[in-house]
Design a protein around this ligand. Structure first.
Ligand SMILES: [Mn+2]
Length: 203
């Protein structure tokens, strides 16, 4: 690995095509530190796996480096207490604005679930496309995780018990969020969200 570590970071304006730069690597390390000692709900998997997956989906569906970085940091305000000002200072105003828009609350304890989710859905409905892609990638990874866990012998239907809302409430939230994302935004990741949600509702 030492060869990689010694390779100098290129400035963003000098990157070859199809390459994320030093900011992305810094954001990956920062996200790993932010979510240190946090696990995914219910399954004990290191939390950072989720934000890496979200950043990957953002890239796979055409997001730029700022959006991929926002994918890495999208839960840092809500779940790790990082401020928008710190994200702006480290990674710029665009990343900070996307992460803020992905955050449904920074209050602790979190306000009541249904009203908080309704407000977040309304906020996402009015959000610009660069924000919507990161929110969509977050929800897609959450749906993919649930769908896979439903098929796992070690989890199955008990997957629903890890959510604050029971199965019906969780399905309402995913459906409402997908409709809000699709409002004024015609994107292929929305097709994938709908397909994944449809596969869940058959369980
Ligand atoms: Mn998330």
């Amino acid at each position: 690995m030492s060869g990689l570590e010694e390779r100098p970071a290129r400035p963003t304006h000098d990157l070859p095509a199809h390459t994320y730069g030093a900011r992305f690597a810094q954001a990956l390390a920062f996200a790993n530190a932010c979510h240190e000692a946090q696990a995914r709900k219910g399954n004990g998997v290191p939390y950072v796996t989720h934000v890496i997956a979200v950043a990957s989906l953002v890239g796979e569906y055409g997001g730029d480096e700022d959006q991929a970085i926002a994918g890495l940091l999208h839960d840092a305000m809500e779940d790790a207490g990082v401020t928008a000002a710190e994200i702006e200072e480290r990674f710029g105003a665009k990343v900070a604005a996307i992460v803020e828009a992905c955050t449904d609350t920074v209050e602790h304890p979190k306000p009541p679930w249904r009203a908080r989710k309704e407000a977040h859905v309304a906020h996402v409905r009015a959000a610009p496309a660069d924000v919507k892609l990161v929110v969509a990638a977050d929800k897609l990874h959450n749906l993919q995780t649930v769908a896979r866990d439903l098929r796992r012998r070690s989890v199955g239907a008990s997957v629903w018990s890890r959510f604050k809302a029971p199965r019906e409430g969780s399905l309402w939230y995913f459906g409402a969020m997908i409709d809000a994302l699709a409002d004024g935004w015609d994107a292929e990741i929305v097709d994938e969200l709908r397909a994944e949600l449809a596969s869940l509702t058959s369980h």
